[in-house]
Design a protein around this ligand. Structure first.
Ligand code: NAP
Length: 314
């Protein structure tokens, strides 16, 4: 029997590529010099897409594949997949929730520690010889008793909250609607919460609904003793406003894993020693990436075996 045909939009890990190549006739979209030509040659055959949270699947790609049944996304954030277009075409979308929660939350906690204890500056002070030459580094800041405001108390947001409680921070949160069971004070107004906390941690989804929810007014409310931590999506923060806030000292510190135009990072953020950067590495551990890859493969396999997928995006 002929193998089912799938389109791989962006290169996945070696383990995932091997598993997909064994099970399916695979087409490598990112390698095609003429993508329209590739699509017109294979469009009737393709029944599945494997993609990443970064590459997603656009409306035009979904429309170009009339027999598409499933989009299996490597990542929990599906803001780059055109979900309305997939729904209109009757295409199932799957993602990789839960398996990455722990590592992404850990990076957020790492940022809280890094910006408070000036870990990057301390490393430079020790490594560069400045300690020997100039003496001790400046004192840093304790986190116990400080307030953290979580934007988006979902899987990752809740895990961040639980972990920060261990460090004796007081947790607050903001989201689109109150949750009756949430054990922390709810702030319906994000600017008001930013004014009330020391650390503002962004853990909501990207996409149009959350674009620039952290704007200049929110940063001004966070204030010169406040820190912004973003492990969600670059689109959630108005990056121009953030650059201005860092340059003028409107906010104190920032820990950033995600950016508006990845992999490009504004020069002012790279230059500031009050900003700790990571290259969108929240889920980038060997263990988590293996688990995410296994879910991508499993969702496709379940669907083509006529079974319900494990992690549909609802
Ligand atoms: P989740 O369980 O769906 O949680 C998202 C939370 O955000 C939900 O509680 C949701 O509230 C809330 N939310 C929705 N719209 C909001 C808004 N306008 N303002 C504030 N909160 C809002 O998702 P998750 O698994 O925690 O993942 C969260 C996001 O993290 C992903 O979408 C992805 O963009 C990002 N992420 C980043 C990395 C990385 O490498 N840095 C890795 C994984 C994920 P309701 O429940 O009330 O709808």
């Amino acid at each position: 029997m002929a193998k089912t045909s799938i389109l791989i939009v962006e290169e996945l890990t070696q383990a995932v590529m091997t598993a997909l190549e064994q099970a399916y006739e695979t087409h490598r979209y990112w390698e095609a010099p003429d993508k329209d030509m590739l699509l017109s040659a294979i469009s009737d055959r393709v029944r599945g897409i494997a993609t990443t949270g970064h590459a997603g699947a656009s409306e035009s790609l979904i429309q170009a594949l009339p027999n598409l049944e499933i989009i299996s996304c490597y990542g929990v954030g599906v803001d780059a997949v055109d979900l309305p277009a997939a729904a209109r075409a009757g295409v199932i979308v799957t993602n990789t929730p839960d398996v990455l929660t722990d590592d992404v939350a850990n990076l957020a906690v790492g940022f809280v520690l890094a910006v408070s204890r000036d870990l990057v500056q301390g490393d430079a002070h020790a490594r560069s010889g400045a300690w020997e030459r100039d003496g001790n580094m400046h004192l840093t800041r304790s986190i116990r008793g400080k307030k953290a405001g979580i934007v988006g108390l979902g899987r990752i947001g809740m895990d961040i909250a639980k972990k920060l409680e261990i460090f004796e921070l007081e947790i607050h949160w903001h989201g689109p609607r109150a949750k009756p069971g949430a054990p922390y004070p709810y702030h319906p107004d994000l600017t008001e919460m930013a004014a009330a906390v020391d650390y503002l941690l962004v853990a909501c989804p990207g996409g149009a609904a959350t674009r620039h929810i952290v704007n200049g007014a929110v940063l001004a409310a966070l204030g010169p003793e406040g820190s912004l931590i973003n492990i969600s999506r670059g689109s959630c923060v108005d990056e121009a406003a953030l650059v201005a806030a860092v340059e003028t000292g409107t906010i104190g510190w920032a820990g950033l894993d995600v950016f508006e135009d990845e992999p490009r990072i504004p020069e002012a953020l790279k230059q500031s020693d009050r900003v700790t950067l990571q290259p969108h590495a929240g889920s980038a551990t060997v263990e988590t990436r293996a688990a995410m890859g296994a879910l991508v493969v499993e969702n496709l396999a379940l669907h083509f075996a006529g079974k319900p997928v494990r992690t549909p995006v609802t």
